[in-house]
Ligand binder design. Structure first.
Ligand code: PXG
Length: 290
């Protein structure tokens, strides 16, 4: 396996960064999780835009133009002979000293791109749907660490994931500080009620899959899409519920906190959107060949 490390392609064993890297010491950095389908890096431009927005807010200068970053992703996929796969793009603050002040990181950020095969959720989850729970860990306050930032500091989500693991479920709902549903630990959440598609407007990451699904619903299914504040009560009484994310794509949810959602089986709107999503992943993005 070849890893992109600061402009060079190096073997996995040689891809090393310093223990003084502030990404390691403080989670001070940004990342993206991206997918390639049949030689198309799905919505790569949108992923890079989101990465650069995170870096801008965090005041990290990658030193690369967006175009150069896109080329680096494609180069990594090609170097690994992958037409389908998962890309983890990491930008750290770089090497500093044992103090959290980012001004101590005088060098360049470390830029790392890993391209690998993707591990997917088991097929039965898509067929039968997930049972999930709400966990006690609240999603970060928007003025603490804004959930829009895809930073290396994922402890908020990891704490929620531990609670999901303890409850024996594969994903968990996190509420925002006001008690509204925000998102899951690594997925956005949607509900369908009376033919309207709804998803939380605040306190969540603006997922690339989420954006795509909202567009498909509005343009191809001609259904009304609302970004709004949604309570657990509304989710319990939804006709359908599903999660979206780069890894999961669209995955149906059939039970939340012991309450059956709709018929208790994956619903028709979810199935239709999943099919439309599959079609678009092979078309919408940066094309390349090996
Ligand atoms: N919310 C959170 C908190 C996420 O981390 C999403 C929503 C979905 O966003 P996208 O842009 O993927 O539709 C994410 C994405 C992993 C992994 O390795 C996590 C994500 C994506 C890919 C891989 O756990 N999270």
């Amino acid at each position: 396996m070849k890893i992109y490390l600061n402009g060079k392609m190096v073997e996995k064993e040689e891809a090393r960064v310093s223990v003084f890297d502030h990404g390691f010491l403080y989670g001070d950095g940004a990342f993206e999780g991206i997918r390639a389908y049949s030689g198309v890096v799905f919505r790569l431009k949108e992923h890079i835009d989101r990465l650069y927005e995170t870096c801008h807010t965090m005041m990290i200068n990658t030193g690369l133009t967006k175009k150069q970053m896109i080329e680096a992703v494609v180069k990594t996929l090609k170097a690994n002979g992958l037409t389908d796969g998962y890309i983890r793009l990491v930008v750290t603050r770089g090497d500093g000293d044992l103090g959290l002040d980012p001004r101590k990181c005088k060098g360049n950020p470390n830029i790392i791109i890993i391209a690998d095969k993707i591990t997917l959720y088991p097929e039965e989850f898509y067929k039968n749907g997930l049972a999930i729970v709400t966990v006690p860990t609240v999603r970060n306050h928007i003025e603490a660490i804004n959930p829009q930032l895809k930073s290396l500091n994922y402890l908020n989500n990891i704490m929620a994931k531990i609670e999901a693991n303890n409850a024996g479920v594969p994903e968990a709902i996190m509420l925002d500080g006001n008690g509204y549903v925000a998102e899951c630990t690594g997925d956005n959440i949607f509900m369908v009620k009376g033919g309207v598609l709804k998803t939380p407007q605040q306190g969540r990451l603006r997922g690339i899959t989420r954006d795509t699904v909202m567009e498909l619903a509005a343009t191809k299914c001609k259904i009304k899409v609302e970004e709004t504040f949604i309570t657990r009560h509304e989710f319990f009484n939804a006709d359908e519920c599903f999660l979206t994310g780069t890894a999961a794509e669209l995955i149906p949810v059939i039970k939340i906190d012991g309450r059956i959602i709709g018929t208790g089986k994956p619903g028709p709107v979810t199935a239709k959107l999943l099919k439309l999503f599959h079609d678009v992943t092979r078309k919408d993005g940066v094309k390349y060949s090996l």
